[in-house]
Ligand binder design. Structure first.
Ligand code: ES4
Ligand code: ZN
Length: 322
């Protein structure tokens, strides 16, 4: 069946990583910025591996320079998500890219993004919430002002705090100040872990950062005691199978551990991560999961309810979407 119009909840989407290549190319032309290295000859985002992906991502993001640019980006992203049936989405926003970590500059970007999100809620029927992320390879010192931005702008729209970036750099415990700051402000917490790092990386994120959700977390499968612990504690994994397969973490969809995690009682959800970079959409994720594991409307219904339960929104919003 076609899953395109099936109502979906997406919890793991990087705001700039969802930018259609044509949008970034157009902005680069308008501003006369040379970002030819970002694209291949077919006009797709081009990178060799995850660490290279991160630098291409930052180069693409470098054309986004004003709150108005983020307003236009937000519109493009929400139109694309809504076209794939997404009714609720959370995107990762990094004030590093929006005003360099200065709270007042960040407020202007936030205002521009929120205005478009409010409009899209009415016209496209999609609800957006923002999760502010610090970036692991920028280091713990850079993470502090980002957590302050999050704490200062927590509200109806900004509901969470997290960490993205290169899992190979540093340790979760280096970022405890930032996470403590965000937790004390009442923000929900998530961390990228168990993608490029193994099970210990997931344990460290849970122990040192006290997060409610894990971004990816799939490599927990390498330690079944950890899998049982995730199931017992009810930790939700923001699984991005297409991202994992495209980046070569698993050789194909059938070898992806999402089904084993689910069978062992872990709360799994499905997201796209950086869809145009990984040649995916929420529709494609559903189609491939149906093909690989025979998932049907019953399983996708369970996945969607799990995602809505774990969404970083208030109960009124949750009830309105359900
Ligand atoms: C990421 Cl910093 C960043 N941006 C986009 N996608 C990512 N995945 C992990 N870190
Ligand atoms: Zn991610």
């Amino acid at each position: 069946m076609s899953w395109k119009t099936y109502p979906k909840v997406e919890l793991h989407l990087h705001h700039e990583g969802a930018a259609p290549p044509a949008f970034i190319r157009g902005l680069a032309q308008e501003k006369n910025v040379d970002i030819s290295k970002v694209f291949d000859e077919r006009g797709h985002y081009a990178y060799e591996n995850f660490v290279h992906f991160l630098s291409v991502y930052e180069a693409a993001t470098s054309v986004l320079r004003t709150p108005e640019d983020y307003a236009r980006l937000t519109r493009a992203v929400l139109e694309e998500s809504a076209a794939h049936g997404v009714v609720y989405s959370e995107t990762f926003l990094s004030p590093d890219f929006c005003g360099g970590g200065d709270v007042e500059a960040w407020r202007e970007y936030l205002h521009a993004i929120e205005e478009v999100a409010d409009e899209a809620e009415k016209t496209l029927g999609i609800t957006l919430r923002g999760v502010i992320t610090c970036i692991r390879h920028f280091g713990p010192e850079k993470a502090r002002p980002i957590a302050v931005c999050a704490a200062e702008t927590k509200g109806g729209f900004i509901t969470g705090f997290g960490i993205a970036g290169d899992e190979g750099k540093g340790k979760p415990r280096d970022f405890t100040w930032a996470f403590d700051c965000a937790r004390e402000a009442g923000l929900h917490l998530t961390a990228h872990a168990g993608e490029w790092g193994g099970p210990q990386s997931v344990r460290d994120a849970l122990t040192d950062l006290k997060v409610e959700r894990i971004g990816h977390g799939v490599r927990a499968i390498e330690d079944l005691a950890l899998v049982d612990e995730l199931a017992e504690k009810g930790v939700t994994l923001e699984v991005c199978p297409g991202s994992n397969v495209t980046l070569g973490l698993y050789p194909n969809w059938r070898r992806h551990p999402i089904e084993q995690l689910r069978e062992r009682g872990v709360k799994v959800t499905v997201s796209t991560d950086d869809p145009p970079f990984f040649h995916t959409t929420m529709t494609r994720e559903f189609e491939e999961l149906e093909r690989a594991f025979g998932w049907d409307a019953e399983v996708f219904g369970e996945i969607t309810r799990t995602a809505l339960d774990a969404a970083f929104c208030d109960e009124d919003t949750r009830a309105r979407i359900a």
